[in-house]
Design a protein around this ligand. Structure first.
Ligand code: GLN
Length: 565
């Protein structure tokens, strides 16, 4: 059998005589330690290059075996970000979409598991033509194939590829190998950015560059040389440290970029531009020199610092505790969505994270909620902390505090309303009470079989679906439209057998699927409550800095109105 790769270059390109569009690639890797903002750095570079008029796309590679991020425990992994096409990814994909103000496809996210799954699938289909399929080069070749495919799909001048983890880890070596192979094939089209950490140890009080030097050498041992080093540090880099890093890490002095801690991640692209990162990268990749136009972003950042009208929102969730630390990463997109709407309304937003389990144990009294202008309950799974959330929702409903529930936050609001208003005293969700008698939230029909056969991975109702809005409701007014598209991630839904009962008790289903079988938005009339609304979908995934989400905006407007009263 003929080798299907025979007419191709090593990375799977079919040579063509026509002059083709030039695709360039920037790999972003981490040195010294994790958690220093590689995702935000990647997003910022993407924004800068887009602001120069280049077509840009961004990919994330996660080194774990999980085929997607969907099966991981939120407190372990952080937020699962759902793409339009339903792929469950890492929160960095959310940052890329928000900074780029673009929708990214599944192709832009891969894990070790996903790559191996594809290689094994192709091997089983005899697509390797009887060859010995090997970790090297076949795995990096599949990685390169995906990178190129994403770049072509976006017709991108520049494709950013963020490699998860830190240089020197065993796990991501195969992805560094992909970067090396791509660079060997087209040296002028590939640049490497290393995001490193430059500590100022308290006991010494001096900025130390040695860890960064070691990281640069470790990168060298993978056959790669950093072209740019983003020096993350508690404070700005001085000239002396810049020169030292340039000399010992073998990069141009202007390619050592100071990346001090900042108050807001949205300042970062502007800071990078102070050091002319966009020009340096354009020069390294041989891209035409162009001016950077970040006017809209600058206006957004300016608005983010003003906020003269204070609003206090309580976010009641069940995934905040991580050892002795409070973790808000799990709800990242929700928190960002709140901020974007707040900035657009000149609101100085303060967020308080309340662990619903504390309402159950009594560690926090329910009436602490009275000092807030609004209560938000984000998505979740399983039984822990749920009764605490239901109590909090009941408090917000009866005390007329604006309430916004997302996914689980909508389902639990329906349960609270069913129990306490519609007099379905034992109302519950099948997720928690499999054999309950008043299951106002039930498993979706097509999910039953999946659950029975333990088919959990990537099988929820995922991604974008249409939702038809009922005229003259809070939802319809907020959107100003009759039909919207939103992203989903759930297995359970409002049980249609209870709709008549819930409606006659006063609940309004203001958004439904076009076939009217799935309740997408539930709300109370404004005559009953200033703002009590829940969505089965996740509006936070579509909130962007430059276009805040109308429902988050409507929620905060209600919070403001409540203050005035
Ligand atoms: N656990 C609920 C369901 O699966 C809600 C999911 C969510 O909040 N994302 O339907």
């Amino acid at each position: 059998m003929a080798d299907p790769r025979s007419r191709r270059t090593r990375s799977g390109r079919t040579p063509s005589k026509k002059t083709k569009k030039r695709h360039t690639f920037i790999f972003v890797v981490g040195g010294v330690m994790s958690g220093i903002g590689k995702g935000v750095s990647t997003s910022s570079i993407a924004l800068i290059l887009k602001s120069k008029g280049f077509t840009v796309t961004a990919l994330k590679i996660d080194p774990y075996i999980n085929v997607d991020a969907g099966t991981m425990n939120p407190t372990e992994h952080g937020e699962v970000f759902v793409l339009d096409d339903g792929y469950e990814t890492d929160q960095d994909m959310g940052n890329y979409e928000r900074f780029l103000n673009e929708t990214l496809p599944e192709l832009n996210y891969m894990t070790t598991g996903r790559v191996y799954q594809e290689v094994i699938r192709r091997e089983r289909n005899l697509e390797y033509g009887g060859k010995n399929v090997e970790v090297v080069p076949d795995i990096p070749l599949e990685v390169i194939r995906r990178i190129r495919a994403a770049s072509h799909r976006a017709n991108a001048d520049v494709t950013l590829i963020e490699i998860g983890g830190t240089i020197g880890e065993y796990q991501n070596i195969i992805f560094l190998e992909a970067a090396r192979m791509l660079k060997q094939e087209c040296p002028r089209d590939v640049a490497v950015v290393m995001v490193s950490y430059v500590p100022v140890p308290g006991s010494i009080g001096e900025m130390k560059t040695k860890p960064t030097q070691y990281a640069a050498r470790t990168l060298n041992s993978a056959g790669l040389q950093a072209d740019v080093i983003l020096a993350r540090a508690p404070v700005p880099l001085d000239q002396k440290r810049k020169e030292k890093i340039a000399t010992f890490c073998n990069v141009r002095p202007e390619a050592v970029i100071s990346a001090p801690d900042v108050r807001s991640i949205y300042d970062i692209p502007l800071n990078f531009e102070k050091d002319k990162l966009g020009d340096t990268l354009s020069d390294i990749l041989g891209l035409p020199a162009r001016r950077t136009n970040m006017n809209a972003w600058q206006r957004f950042v300016r608005a983010s610092k003003q906020g003269s009208r204070p609003v206090h929102i309580a976010v009641v969730g069940k995934y905040f505790d991580s050892g002795s630390f409070v973790l808000s990463d799990v709800y990242l997109s929700v928190l960002e969505a709140l901020k974007f709407s707040a900035f657009s309304l000149d609101i100085g937003l303060s967020l308080t994270y309340l662990n619903s389990k504390d309402f159950e144990s009594g560690a926090v009294k329910l009436d602490t909620l009275k000092k807030f202008d609004g209560v938000l309950v984000p998505g979740g799974f399983g039984s822990t902390g749920v009764e605490g959330i239901i109590k909090a929702i009941g408090y917000a409903r009866t005390h007329r505090i604006p309430y916004f529930g997302i996914c689980y936050g909508m389902q639990l609001a329906v349960i609270e309303f069913a129990r306490n208003v519609a007099k379905l005293r034992t109302a519950h969700t099948r997720e928690i009470e499999e054999h309950g008698t008043e299951l106002v939230i039930d498993v979706m029909d097509d999910q039953k079989q999946k659950l029975e056969s333990n088919a959990y991975g990537g099988t929820m109702r995922l991604g974008t679906y249409p939702c038809v809005l009922l005229a003259s409701t809070i939802a319809a007014r907020a959107y100003g439209e009759t039909r919207v598209f939103e992203r989903h991630r759930h297995r359970y839904e409002v049980n249609t057998n209870y709709i008549a009962q819930l409606e006659s008790a006063g609940l309004v289903f203001s958004g439904v699927s076009p076939d009217k079988r799935l309740m997408e938005i539930a709300e109370l009339p404004e005559s009953e409550h200033p703002f009590f609304l829940g969505t089965q979908f996740h509006p936070e995934f579509l909130a962007r800095p430059l276009s805040p989400h109308p429902l988050f905006t409507a929620f905060l407007e209600a919070a403001l109105r409540g203050k005035k009263r």
